[in-house]
Every structure is written in structure tokens, then in C-alpha cells.
Design a protein around this ligand. Structure first.
Ligand SMILES: NC(=[NH2+])NCCC[C@H]1O[C@@H](n2cnc3c(N)ncnc32)[C@H](O)[C@@H]1O
Length: 405
């Protein structure tokens, strides 16, 4: 963050704007655009007009406008093998995409396909190797694209696959495509918000009546116990080495339970109620503006008495057949399916609550996209425990988890 002083008064006109008086010292946290910056004044944050401010201290040295998509860091992370190895090593994920190609091989004949965010090109290679599309546009923004070209040649697919290095938003295709396939899913389905790039490519390049793979997506949720995680991060401070370290527990709650826990492996037996799909996305009708705030409702009848430590979330995506009436292929990242590299995401409550069968946990989940950092979001879970008269614990609560900003 950098210090600026206000040269003029500014009256805020939107709920997300920050008003100030000439002479105020503001802290600028981010510069998502050259017109509006994200700043703080006396603990309040909001958008401010950049032209009203001038830098204090080392004036003149203008720091670069930060990219709200953090594309340099994002695509940088995909230019090394680490993430590609993780994804390719995820057999459930990769075999599912292969199964989609194989079960649609006849209908893929002579079709034009776009593989958005192809990475090493695995999906494109499946298409060219296991079916006979007329062309596959393999689009990849990171430096990996150079190697993807080599892999295409190495596997004799250069007749069919054309690797285009660039962002899906920027590249030009010679024509529209019949199928838009992508592996865009992040934690809690939308983290990283690559889904926006997929929708942008759909609107630009998918022909009328073309097919989206995945065709739909769902976020699943369940109230759960997480005894191991709670013991490891919170109960630990009760009596380490015979000493009482409980004054550290508020710190532990802040440090370990404020953000969601990625890559959590939940046992099916940890579920206190049958998991539900709380959010469903239709990839044909979903609009980019819908991504700003996605809300789901839930009502979980408690089936297993136990300790309600938090909620666990995961996703499933569905690939409809190119043939009317053909079978839909599912990729499910939940605790009852083949493990995947996404595993599940655990949201820990501040205080565990004991739950008895007969009660129910009802409430909402809201995914709110970060207005400044466009690949980030927050998840707000609000719950109400009803139908358990003899329970003295707090009956309702709400908690907002940043992912990550
Ligand atoms: N499932 C995920 N969470 N990530 C897996 C796919 C991500 C791959 O798509 C590439 N990628 C991501 N966004 C884009 C984009 N807009 N244009 C081109 N390539 C992209 C990225 O460089 C990486 O190789």
C-alpha cells in the first residue's frame, strides 16, 4: 500500500466508494484501473478517483497499475510443469475427459473443437487420437503453449490440432466451433474465475446449437464434523506437555479457521446430513455478470448426531452427449467419488455445535466475487439450527471466509 494525500474533496456516490476531504492522507492498496483505486481512510476501504490524489514522499516514481487478474502470476504458475503434473496425475479428472471424448467419438467426426486453457494439450490430444474432429483449436495463454506444440507434433496430431498461444479473450479463430471444451474448475468450483474466460469464449466462438463441455456444474455442500482438524489446530492448546496453552486458542481460531481449508479430505462418515447441490450453473445460459454474486439455499435434516464443526464443499460437472438421448458423463469431486487433486474445501465454524438427529441446519451460501482482485472471492455461510429444543448451543450464525483476498 502507498500513501497519498487528497488534493480535492470527494463526495462518495456509490456504496463501494470512499469519500474524503482535501488534505486527507489515504492508503492506496490497489490500482485496478488508472481511474479508480482501492484505498483506505481511517479504517474504511473503498474506491477513490485517482486523479484527486497525489503521492506523498518519493513523488514521481509511479508504481505500476496492478493487474486485478494477476495474469502475470497466474499464467506464470502454469508455465512450469508442477500444476500440469498435478492435473495430469489426477486420473479421475483426466480419465473423465477421455471418457467424454470416447463416448462421443462418432459425433465428433468432422466437428470443430476449441479447447480453452489446454495446458499440455491433453484434451486436444484425446480428441485427435480417439476421434476424428476436423480441427481442434488448443488455446493456451502461458508459455507452456510452446511445449504443447511440440507434444502435438511428437504425437502426430499436427494435422488436426492448432495450438494458439494467447488468452481466450484475445485470440482469433478462423471460424466458430461446434464444441467448446475446457477444464476450468477451481476450488469451490469457481475460484480463479477461469469460468469467466470460458463464458467469454462461448459468446465469441461457440456456434448456435454448439455444445459446452462441461455442460453444467454444481456446488455440493454438507454440514460435517472435522474432529481431526479441530484436534490438530484447536484442542492441541488445551494441555500440550501438561501445560495450559488455552490463551492461544483465540489466535488459533483467527489463524487456522478464518480462511477455508483447501485440499481437505472428508470421510463420508464425517457428513452429519446428506450432501446437497446448493448451486447449479447452466453453462449455456450463465452470464459473466452472474458471477459477481452466486447464492444457494440449504436445508439439512441432521441424520447423524455429532459435532457440527463446519461445512464441506465440493463440485460436480456434467458433460452432455453430442447425441440427443446419449448418456451424460459426470466428474464428481465429492467424498463418495474417486479422489481428485481438488479434494474438498472445509469451512470451520468459530465454535463447534453439538447436533442431534431430529434437528436441521438451514441457511444460505453466498459466493461474492472480489470487486478488485478478480480471481478471488469470499464465501459467506449463514445457518440456523432448528428443531432441537434441548440444545443450549448458539442456534444460528454467519461467517464470511476470504478466498483469498
Ligand atoms: N482448472 C483449473 N483451475 N485450471 C486448469 C486449466 C488452467 C490452464 O488454462 C490456462 N488458462 C487459464 N485461463 C486462460 C485464458 N483465459 N486463456 C488461455 N488459457 C487460459 C492456464 O494457463 C492453464 O494452463
Amino acid at each position: 500500500p502507498r500513501h497519498y494525500v487528497a488534493s480535492y474533496n470527494f463526495i462518495a456516490s456509490g456504496s463501494d466508494q470512499l469519500g474524503f476531504t482535501s488534505g486527507d492522507a489515504l492508503l492506496v492498496h490497489a490500482k485496478p484501473s488508472s481511474e479508480w483505486w482501492w484505498a483506505e481512510l481511517r479504517g474504511v476501504k473503498g474506491y477513490v478517483p485517482a486523479s484527486y490524489l497525489c503521492q506523498t514522499g518519493d513523488a514521481g516514481e509511479e508504481d505500476e497499475i496492478e493487474d486485478p487478474w494477476q495474469d502475470e502470476e497466474y499464467f506464470g504458475s502454469y508455465s512450469t510443469l508442477r500444476l500440469h503434473l498435478e492435473m495430469l496425475s489426477d486420473r479421475s479428472r483426466t480419465e473423465t475427459y477421455r471418457r467424454v471424448v470416447v463416448s462421443n467419438r462418432a459425433s465428433l467426426r468432422n466437428k470443430a473443437v476449441m479447447d480453452l486453457g489446454c495446458g499440455t494439450g491433453i484434451i486436444s490430444l484425446f480428441c485427435a487420437q480417439l476421434a476424428q474432429p476436423s480441427v481442434v483449436y488448443a488455446v493456451e495463454a502461458s508459455a507452456m503453449a510452446e511445449y504443447t506444440r511440440q507434444l502435438v507434433r511428437q504425437n502426430g496430431c499436427e494435422e488436426v490440432i492448432r495450438v494458439l498461444q494467447g488468452r481466450g479473450e484475445d485470440i482469433q479463430l478462423p471460424g466458430k466451433v461446434d464444441v467448446l471444451v475446457s477444464e476450468w474448475m477451481g476450488n469451490c468450483l469457481v475460484f480463479e474465475f477461469m469460468v469467466e474466460s470460458v463464458l467469454s469464449a462461448r459468446d465469441r466462438w461457440l456456434r448456435e446449437g454448439g455444445v459446452m463441455w462441461p455442460s453444467s456444474a454444481a456446488l455440493a455442500l454438507a454440514p460435517c464434523q472435522a474432529h481431526d482438524y479441530f484436534a490438530e489446530k484447536m484442542a492441541f492448546w488445551e494441555r500440550p506437555y501438561g501445560l495450559d496453552f488455552t490463551p492461544l486458542q483465540p489466535l488459533a481460531q483467527q489463524e487456522f479457521f478464518t480462511k477455508p481449508k483447501f485440499s481437505h479430505v472428508m470421510e463420508p462418515s464425517d457428513c452429519l446430513a446428506s450432501p446437497r447441490h446448493v448451486i447449479s450453473l447452466n453453462m449455456y445460459t450463465l452470464q459473466i455478470k452472474d458471477l459477481e454474486e452466486i447464492t444457494g439455499q440449504f436445508d439439512f435434516p441432521v441424520e447423524t448426531s455429532g459435532t457440527f464443526h463446519g461445512f464441506t464443499a465440493w463440485f460436480a460437472v456434467y458433460f452432455e452427449s453430442l447425441d440427443a438421448g446419449g448418456t451424460t458423463v459426470e466428474l464428481n469431486t465429492g467424498p463418495n467419488s474417486e479422489p481428485t487433486h481438488w479434494k474438498q474445501t472445509l469451512f470451520m465454524l468459530d465454535q463447534p455445535v453439538s447436533l442431534n438427529t431430529g434437528s436441521s441446519v438451514t441457511g444460505t451460501i453466498v459466493l461474492r466475487r472480489n470487486p478488485v482482485w478478480r480471481r478471488h472471492m469470499s464465501v459467506t455461510l449463514s445457518w440456523n439450527i432448528s428443531g432441537d429444543a434441548d440444545n443450549w448451543c448458539p442456534q444460528s450464525g454467519t461467517k464470511t471466509f476470504p478466498m483469498w483476498r
